[in-house]
Design a protein around this ligand. Structure first.
Ligand SMILES: Cc1cc2nc3c(=O)[nH]c(=O)nc-3n(C[C@H](O)[C@H](O)[C@H](O)COP(=O)(O)OP(=O)(O)OC[C@H]3O[C@@H](n4cnc5c(N)ncnc54)[C@H](O)[C@@H]3O)c2cc1C
Ligand code: SF4
Ligand code: SF4
Length: 473
C-alpha cells in the first residue's frame, strides 16, 4: 500500500502540548465522542468512567489520544486515494465503490443468528478460514444486551457476536489486547461508520506495534443513528415492560423499533418515541454507508430483511467478496435498490442543515443575501459538498447554487478543491470581514474624506449655525 501524505505525517508526529485536555475540549465537551474506545486502548492513563473517557493520572501530552480519535482530523480526499486508489467511482451519497449487490449467506448456522442476510459473519468466517485474517475485533453483548467488545479467532466466536446491538459500543477497546495478549497479526474490524475512521488511522500508522495488529479487512455497517444503553433499560424494561434478558433480537424497520422476545412474540415502538435515547454525537454524523470501509453492509436496498445490501469498495473487499461467492458461501442477486440507500444517506446528511432564522439574519449583517447565508451554513452543517449535493439538500436549482458559490468564493467565505466546497471557520471569516471593513474605512478616510469635507464646507458653510460649525472642528 502506498503511503499518502498528509495523514501519515500527522499520525507520526508528536504534536507537543496536545493531550487529553484537547480531547476533552474539542471532542468530549462538544458532545462528539462516539465511545469507540480507541483512546482508551492506546493510553493506559485513560479509562471509561460514567459513559465517557476520563484521564486517570498525569498527562504526558504525547498527543496520541487526540490524533487517533475517531472524531479528529481525517483528510478524506487523501484517504480515498490511499484506500480506493482512484479505481473506483465516487458517488456523493454512497462514497467510492466498485460494485453493489444484494447478497445472503448460504450457511444455515449463520442465518439463524445473523441480523439480516449474515453477509458480515460469513465474510469474517471465510476470511478466517482462508488465512486473510487471524482475528476480528467485533461487538458481542451480555445477557442484558450491554454491548461487549470481543476478539473472535474462530468461526464459533464470530457467530457469538452476530446480530445488531443498537447501542453505542467501545468496539475498538480490544485493539491493544489483540496485540499484547493474543499477538494477532492480521485483524478484521466490523464497526459503525464513525468507528471505521479510527480503525483506518490505526491501519495507516499502527501506534502500538510494527509487526502485530495490522488491519487487513474493515467492514462497515450502514447507520442512520445509534442509542445509549438507556434505550434498553428505560424503553425496553420500563416502558414496554419486557425483561431485558427475555429479548431475542432487536431490529429497526420501517420507522419502528421491533423487540423480538424469546417466546416468539414481537413488541414495537415508534422510532420517534425512542429519539430521547439517541447518542448525542450521532446528530452531527453524515456518514450513512461507512464510506471508508472495504465493504459496507446493511439491509436498506435489499428486497427483504433476511438479505443484505452490500457496497464493495476496495480491491481487498472485491477479492474477498468474489472468493466467498465462488466458494458458495454467499449467494448474490443484482436487485439492489441503490435509490433507497441514497435516500437514507441524503436524509442523514441533511438533518442538521436548517439553521435558526436569528443566525441567518445575523450573517446577513455582513452584506450577503439570505440564500448566500443559507448556503454558507448548509455547507458548514455538511462539512463539505459539491454542487449537486448542495442542490439536493437545499432544494435549489444547481445554476442558482453555482452563482451563490461563486460569490461566496470571491468573498473568501468558502474554498473550492477539485469541485468540492468547504466553509471557512466562522471566527476566521468574521475576523477577515472586520479587517476588510477597517481597510475600507481607512481607504475612505485617506482617499475620500478630505476632498468630501472640503466640498461640503465650500458649499455648505453658509448653511451652518454655531452647533454645526463646532461639530466640524
Ligand atoms: C447501531 C446500528 C445501526 C444500524 N442502522 C442501519 C440502518 O440504518 N440501515 C441499514 O440498512 N442497516 C443498519 N444497520 C446494519 C444492520 O443492522 C446489520 O448489521 C447489517 O445489515 C449486517 O447484517 P448481517 O446479517 O450481515 O450481520 P451479522 O452477520 O449479524 O453481523 C453483525 C455484526 O455487527 C457487529 N455489531 C453489532 N452491533 C454493533 C454495534 N453496536 N457497534 C459495532 N458493531 C456492531 C457485530 O460485531 C457483528 O459482527 C445498523 C446496525 C447497527 C449496529
Ligand atoms: S471518539 Fe473514541 S477516541 Fe475519540 S474521545 Fe471518544 S472514545 Fe476516545
Ligand atoms: S450515527 Fe454516526 S456517530 Fe452515531 S453510531 Fe452511527 S456512524 Fe457513529
Amino acid at each position: 500500500m502506498e503511503i499518502k501524505e498528509p495523514i501519515i505525517d500527522y499520525l507520526q508526529s508528536c504534536i507537543e502540548g496536545i493531550g487529553f485536555r484537547d480531547l476533552y475540549d474539542f471532542v468530549l465537551d462538544k458532545d462528539l465522542c462516539v465511545l469507540c474506545g480507541t483512546c482508551v486502548s492506546l493510553c493506559p492513563r485513560i479509562d471509561i468512567k460514567d459513559k465517557e473517557p476520563k484521564l486517570l493520572e498525569y498527562d504526558p501530552e504525547c498527543s496520541m489520544c487526540f490524533k487517533y480519535c475517531a472524531r479528529t482530523y481525517f483528510p478524506e480526499e487523501e484517504a480515498e486515494k490511499e484506500f480506493f486508489n482512484g479505481q473506483t467511482r465516487k458517488n456523493s451519497l454512497l462514497g467510492y465503490y466498485q460494485k453493489a449487490n444484494v447478497a445472503k449467506s448460504t450457511d444455515e448456522a449463520v442465518l439463524k443468528v445473523a441480523q439480516n442476510g449474515g453477509v458480515v459473519s460469513t465474510l469474517l468466517i471465510h476470511a478466517l478460514n482462508t488465512g486473510l485474517i487471524d482475528g476480528a475485533l467485533l461487538t458481542g453483548r451480555d445477557e442484558n444486551w450491554q454491548p461487549k467488545p470481543i476478539i473472535a479467532r474462530t468461526p464459533e466466536e464470530v457467530l457469538a457476536a452476530a446480530g445488531s446491538r443498537y447501542t453505542i459500543a467501545s468496539s475498538l477497546l480490544t485493539y491493544k489486547d489483540a496485540i499484547y495478549e493474543y499477538e494477532l497479526e492480521k485483524l478484521a474490524f466490523v464497526g459503525m461508520p464513525c468507528q471505521i475512521l479510527a480503525a483506518r488511522k490505526l491501519q495507516l500508522c499502527p501506534p502500538l506495534s510494527d509487526k502485530l495488529g495490522k488491519f487487513k479487512l474493515i467492514i462497515g455497517l450502514y447507520c442512520s443513528s445509534n442509542y445509549s444503553y438507556d434505550l434498553m433499560r428505560k424503553t425496553v424494561q420500563e416502558k414496554l415492560r419486557i425483561p431485558i434478558n427475555d429479548v431475542k433480537k432487536i431490529d429497526i424497520s420501517r420507522g419502528k423499533f421491533l423487540i423480538y422476545k424469546k417466546d416468539g412474540s414481537v413488541k414495537e415502538i415508534l422510532i420517534k418515541e425512542t429519539k430521547i435515547h439517541n447518542w448525542p454525537s450521532c446528530q452531527y454524523c453524515k456518514d450513512y454507508t461507512a464510506d471508508f470501509a472495504d465493504i459496507s453492509v446493511g439491509s436498506v436496498g435489499a428486497p427483504a430483511d433476511d438479505w443484505n445490501s452490500v457496497i464493495i469498495r476496495s480491491d481487498i473487499g472485491v477479492k474477498l467478496f468474489n472468493d466467498a461467492v465462488a466458494a458458495g458461501k454467499i449467494t448474490v442477486a443484482d436487485t439492489i435498490d441503490l435509490s433507497k440507500v441514497e435516500k437514507e444517506s441524503l436524509r442523514k446528511k441533511s438533518k442538521l442543515t436548517k439553521m435558526d432564522e436569528k443566525v441567518i439574519s445575523a450573517i446577513q449583517l455582513l452584506n450577503v443575501s439570505e440564500v448566500e447565508a443559507k448556503t454558507y451554513t448548509t455547507l458548514m452543517s455538511l462539512g463539505y459538498a459539491d454542487i449537486s449535493m448542495l442542490s439536493k439538500v437545499m432544494k435549489v436549482e444547481e445554476t442558482e447554487i453555482n452563482n451563490v458559490l461563486n460569490t461566496l468564493q470571491q468573498r473568501e467565505w468558502i474554498l473550492k478543491t477539485n469541485g468540492v466546497y468547504n466553509p471557512i471557520n466562522p471566527t476566521q471569516l468574521i475576523k477577515s470581514e472586520i479587517y476588510k471593513f477597517q481597510k475600507n474605512i481607512k481607504k475612505l478616510k485617506s482617499d475620500g474624506l478630505i476632498d468630501l469635507e472640503k466640498l461640503f464646507i465650500q458649499n455648505n458653510l453658509m448653511h451652518m449655525g454655531y452647533k454645526g460649525f463646532m461639530d466640524l472642528i
